[in-house]
Design a protein around this ligand. Structure first.
Ligand SMILES: *Cc1c(COP(=O)(O)O)cnc(C)c1O
Length: 398
């Protein structure tokens, strides 16, 4: 029994019983060799699946040379990865972190500092949107504004003005002389795979330009190819001033980054910020190897194609199961099935069919395949979903 089993861990994760021994590509294996199709991908982290040969090689080669030196010394892999990220994005500067929340903290600090550096320190508030997740640190739970994440952790960090997404007039009315910028998660992953419209994102860009404030994209989940472009902002044809990346950027190695224009990062001068582990040689070796694969010809285009293929299949699944399924949505391989009831038992039924998925808000089941998944693996997941839904339906009515 989960609750009664004695554990030395915090109870924050509920002590799941399913454990895996090894992985290969899109599959995970338990110790007794049972195979699972991993469409959870460590919550969009295992962007290239498990045990990708190029990543294993990069990590083991670096592991035998040098693990860590701290940022008191130059780390050539940082310069290389930063330069490459800048070449393929809007950015001119990069700061490396270890997690999404940290990259968001860096983004928030960069925005506040920008205005302070320009002589307007009173411009220090950020507009955020409900339904977004920005992390679990004190600043990022305040930015996210989800009550469950804030409960019991008072006093809440000041400086965030949260409104609903999608209403540009409301954003305009919320901008004040104290506003430093706007933080937006272009596809709200944890929030239920809510794809914000290109016109809304374009409108945010325009408002930021009009008011000389900064546009910050939280692409921790959407970045690094997940939506079928290298970065989700590219779908809207606009560019942010600051962007946080994490999850898929290390393919399973803890790595995150804050990217910014040289203008937006101008306040982050010597001594203003730091990280002990951020950008360490192991992370840089893996990050560069992940980027090698993602920049191969056709990689992100394949993600987009595969996403369209999956959406078609899911639409057909909905047609046959519209007593249970409310909506199908997503972008690239960030896919959501919205159910008419909480999907916990459906996720369990799907795991019984040996396919792993991830819950999200709004009764959504997320499918987050490795980005190099195949059509036949998507077919396999859809077939398992058919089985899981009919078993769930039987179990529920009995
Ligand atoms: C996961 C996530 C975060 C937090 O990342 P951590 O690595 O868990 O700190 C922040 N923003 C978004 C959009 C995420 O999906």
């Amino acid at each position: 029994m989960n609750g009664t089993k004695k554990s030395s861990l915090f109870s924050t994760y509920g002590h799941p019983s399913l454990a895996f021994d090894h992985g290969k590509g899109s599959y995970l294996f338990t110790q007794d060799g049972t195979r699972y199709l991993d469409f959870a991908a460590g919550v969009a982290v295992n962007s290239l699946g498990h045990a990708h040969p190029k990543l294993v090689e990069a990590l083991t080669e670096q592991a035998s040379k040098l693990w860590h030196v701290s940022n008191l010394f130059a780390i050539p892999g940082q310069e290389k990865l930063a330069q490459r990220l800048c070449e393929v994005s809007f950015a001119q500067r990069v700061f490396f972190n270890n997690s999404g929340a940290e990259a968001m903290e860096t983004s928030i600090k960069t925005a506040r500092r920008y205005h302070a550096h320009n002589g307007v320190p009173e411009r220090n508030r950020l507009i955020t949107f409900s339904g977004a997740l920005h992390g679990r640190t004190l600043a990022t739970i305040a930015a996210g504004g989800k009550q469950q994440h804030l409960d019991g952790f008072a006093p809440n960090m000041e400086g965030f003005d949260q409104i609903v997404a999608g209403d540009l007039d409301l954003v305009r009315d919320t901008i004040s002389p104290a506003t430093a910028g706007i933080i937006v998660e272009p596809v709200q992953g944890e929030g239920g795979v809510n794809v914000l419209s290109p016109s809304f994102l374009q409108g945010l860009r325009t408002l930021c330009d009009e008011h000389n404030i900064l546009l910050i994209f939280d692409e921790v989940q959407t970045g690094m190819g997940r939506t079928g472009k290298l970065f989700a902002y590219q779908w809207a044809g606009i560019e942010p001033d600051i962007m946080a990346l994490a999850k898929g950027i290390g393919g399973g190695f803890p790595l995150a980054a804050c990217l910014a224009t040289s203008e937006a990062s101008s306040g982050m001068i010597h001594g203003s910020h730091g990280s002990t582990f951020g950008g360490n040689p192991l992370a840089m070796a893996v990050g560069n190897a992940v980027l090698d694969v993602m920049l191969e010809d056709g990689f992100v285009e394949d993600v987009a194609d595969m996403g369209l293929y999956a959406l078609q299949k899911l639409a057909a699944l909905k047609d046959g199961n519209d007593d249970l399924i409310e909506d199908i949505r997503g972008k690239g391989l960030l896919l959501g099935i919205q159910f008419k009831e909480p999907p916990a038992q459906i996720i369990k039924c799907l795991a019984d069919e040996h396919v792993l998925s991830v819950p999200a808000a709004q009764n959504v089941l997320r499918l987050l395949p490795p980005l190099n998944t195949s059509r036949s693996q998507i077919d396999e997941a859809i077939e398992a979903l058919e089985h899981a839904l009919s078993k769930y339906r039987k179990r529920r009515s009995s």
